[in-house]
Ligand binder design. Sequence first.
Ligand code: NAP
Length: 325
Amino acid sequence: MPTPIRWGILGPGHIAEKFAEALNHTAGVVLEAVASRDPARAAAFAGKYGCGRYFGDYISLAEDPSVDVIYIATPHGFHLEHALLCLERGKPLLIEKPLTLSGAETSKLTDTARQKNLFVMEAMWTRFLPVIRTAEKLIREGRIGDLRMVTADFCFRGTQNPEGRLYNMRLGGGSLLDVGVYPLSLFQLLLGNPEKILSTARLAAGGADETCQAILQYPGARSAQMISGISFDSPVTATISGTEGMIQIPARWYRAGALSLEPRGEARQAFSCPVAFNGFEYQIREVVRCLDEGVLESPDWPHSMVLDRFKTMDLIREQCGIRYD
Ligand SMILES: NC(=O)c1ccc[n+]([C@@H]2O[C@H](COP(=O)([O-])OP(=O)(O)OC[C@H]3O[C@@H](n4cnc5c(N)ncnc54)[C@H](OP(=O)(O)O)[C@@H]3O)[C@@H](O)[C@H]2O)c1
């Protein structure tokens, strides 16, 4: 890979702004080009983030030989379509969460990437943050004994627009895929595959789950609980409990800069784990590391883990009657 690694952004919307800021604050990378369906939007974004080139369509970006890797930031209903468009043209990818809408779509995407010998990673940025690395380390060191229970919520009051991506099923609407994916990714990382799931959801008129709750049981007397929602705020905290203590990650846990460890019968200990910039730099560095090493997936957020998490999400969707076309 050349240095700096030249990035393209496909879909310059809300989250792409945060990503572009992080690119501009990360060593060894450069924002090379941006593509929007609207040339004026692409031009404005390119101007704002100091990138030289822009396109009024996605294919031109995918075919640009000066772009080494593409970040896909369109609504998740289009991730598979836009990923295939780029993979067919030989581009490695970082794709916003959730990678696709389902396990079937994820298999199709990752199989294609493997056949084409191209790197793909889901942009589950939380997984790479110092706070999650610190929690993993404490668990590994046995500081809370045997892991028994993980709870995490992620609810916020979003814009109640039936055409917007939160409520429009064509764009992948609903809380489970938008924010439930964060607790479920944490569970996948810490607990593996559940053996039993009990879930329920409240659906809005168009079919999007406004709130979803799941209780999951794992081998070894372990369990987890999650709540996701897009029409009200919740604490957005996480607790990881073991036989000898617990770890508490304060609001907003998925991007927190600290956590506390409370060993059983002892005083609470604080751990500071701030992010260097806005948190997106860690997933960018991980992609750079993987491209430099020539691997096709991140060992820390591998395709198998994402696929297994989708199997859980598919089952929750089935239990709750959440359907996409
Ligand atoms: N990591 C995080 O913290 C985080 C936070 C929020 C969202 N996300 C994820 O990022 C993705 C995008 O979310 P967002 O809030 O940034 O979305 P957004 O602003 O509503 O849309 C992003 C872009 O998608 C493009 N797009 C392409 N086809 C579209 C269509 N048919 N309808 C609407 N837009 C279309 C548009 O780009 P052009 O029209 O300019 O081509 C739009 O600017 C989602 O998958 C979401 O889950 C991640």
